[in-house]
Design a protein around this ligand. Sequence first.
Ligand SMILES: NC(=O)c1ccc[n+]([C@@H]2O[C@H](COP(=O)([O-])OP(=O)(O)OC[C@H]3O[C@@H](n4cnc5c(N)ncnc54)[C@H](O)[C@@H]3O)[C@@H](O)[C@H]2O)c1
Length: 296
Amino acid sequence: MQIAVLGAGSMGHGIAQVSAMAGHKIILRDIEPELVEKGLEGIQENLQGGVDRDKLTESEMVETLERIEVTTDLADAVGDADLVIEAVPESVELKQDVFSDVEEIIDSETIIASNTSSLSVTEIASVLDHPERAIGLHFFNPPHLMDLVEVVIAEQTDNRTEEFAVDYIRDIQKEEVIVRDSAGFATSRLGLAVGLEAIRMVEEGVASPADIDKAMKLGYGYPMGPIELGDHVGLDVRLHIAEHLREELGERFKPPQSLRQKVRAGKLGKKTGEGFYVWKDGKRVEKRQTREENND
Ligand SMILES: NC(=O)c1ccc[n+]([C@@H]2O[C@H](COP(=O)([O-])OP(=O)(O)OC[C@H]3O[C@@H](n4cnc5c(N)ncnc54)[C@H](O)[C@@H]3O)[C@@H](O)[C@H]2O)c1
């Protein structure tokens, strides 16, 4: 089928790539020529990496790239699309504008999906004349390596749209989970609950961040401990999501004080060189931390 991907940033170019690899024709749209070109370069790099690691052949790479067109023109992108997936920045107003603009161009059968990671798909879809064709498709970063897609069912989503979305996800070799549209979907809500409790345990002096992370890795088989994951994602991002979930779901998502303090101090994790851990050149600097040190 033909798929329009709107936004060629971190997620958009990855979604375009995995869809093209499954044989679909893709039109990738961003607002500036440099941005679509950058997205396309990202796809080329990922595919070349796959060829280098013998994950795909040179000719599969070439065929995949031949299935991708880029444009800055919305009508060119969505005019003949069977599925439109938006991956523009995380703002309700922006996504609503994109949805309404798209609906003016597409035909009545086209499905419109949002890759939002935290916003209400129901609210985004509310601007449509036919909101029953809207759905959330929450891909994970980077889409070419992450198998999961949360299929988010808005209040208005009908069965045809849900079935269409599930068929598409399976077709591109991803695994779906079906989630009713509610704050944090399934992943962020549970991931954050563990992450916030881990920070509270550090505050209470139960164990050091390193020991909490080690406990969950060795005891529960987590690939990465909850505190280290927070440093990876960015503590500002974690705080923002916690505030949103607190507003929607209640006090159990109240952000711990030490999380707020780290964000106020600009200690945002890996990207600033310090969060709950110290980071150098993208790697955790190992130092034996005592519980007292972490109560600062
Ligand atoms: N980055 C992640 O880890 C991640 C994971 C899952 C979901 N998401 C969600 O995916 C969406 C995109 O995130 P991202 O990290 O790719 O952002 P990004 O900033 O990397 O990319 C967004 C792109 O959209 C473009 N854009 C802005 N307005 C546009 C418009 N009207 N039409 C087309 N393109 C437009 C921007 O120029 C930019 O290139 C957000 O909703 C985000 O919450 C992000």
